[in-house]
Ligand binder design. Structure first.
Ligand SMILES: [Zn+2]
Length: 193
């Protein structure tokens, strides 16, 4: 396993950090240390690429749960299950790989579309992937709170719109989408009275 050496921000002792960890405790002073993507190791294009197509292909599972009742729990599960992908995005953003990642996502979506074309109509697949991007993938990236994440998502959204016909996706966070659910639910309920 690859390790990186960092200095404890509190006691300045040198620490060996195994690659892939996002936090450690200092073995000298006990301080909990959040590791930056740079300290977590290098962005791995292969890992990133390997995740995209399976995620996109899984859209029916997630979209079925995009309802007022099930979305919050489903979103949490998505974030947990796609942790490897999301960590790679963090590293990529921190290591100036945003443009490359956008390219790989677009290519992955093309590949996913091809793989699904036998089992579903093209328009349906595209619509499913658009929804997955807008209500799961992008909010999950924003949830990680990396400073540059919104800029990366905007880049992704623009490339997505250029690459796929009628595929404008919004950059939104989980809270905003969830609020929208509640507002429209309330409106519908109110009007019915
Ligand atoms: Zn320390």
């Amino acid at each position: 396993m690859k390790v990186k050496e960092i200095s404890c921000p509190s006691c300045k002792e040198k620490l060996q950090v195994p690659e892939g960890r996002d936090s450690i405790f200092c073995m000298f002073c006990g301080k909990a240390i959040e590791l930056t993507p740079k300290e977590q190791g290098d962005f791995c294009e292969k890992t990133f690429q390997g995740q995209i197509v399976p995620i996109l292909i899984s859209y029916p599972v997630w979209i079925k749960k995009f309802s007022r009742e099930e979305y919050p729990a489903a979103f949490e599960r998505f974030c947990k299950e796609q942790k490897v992908f999301l960590e790679e995005v963090d590293k990529g953003i921190a290591q100036n790989q945003s443009a490359r990642m956008v390219e790989l996502v677009i290519r992955g979506a093309g590949e996913a579309g091809k793989q699904l074309s036998a089992s579903a109509r093209a328009g349906e697949v595209q619509h499913g992937m658009n929804t997955l991007m807008a209500v799961y993938v992008i909010p999950a990236i924003i949830r990680r709170k990396r400073k540059e994440a919104p800029a990366f998502c905007k880049q992704l959204k623009e490339a997505w719109a250029v690459s796929f016909k009628d595929s404008r996706i919004k950059v939104s966070d989980f809270e905003t989408i969830w609020e929208g659910f509640n507002v429209s639910f309330f409106d519908a309920w109110f009007k019915r009275r």
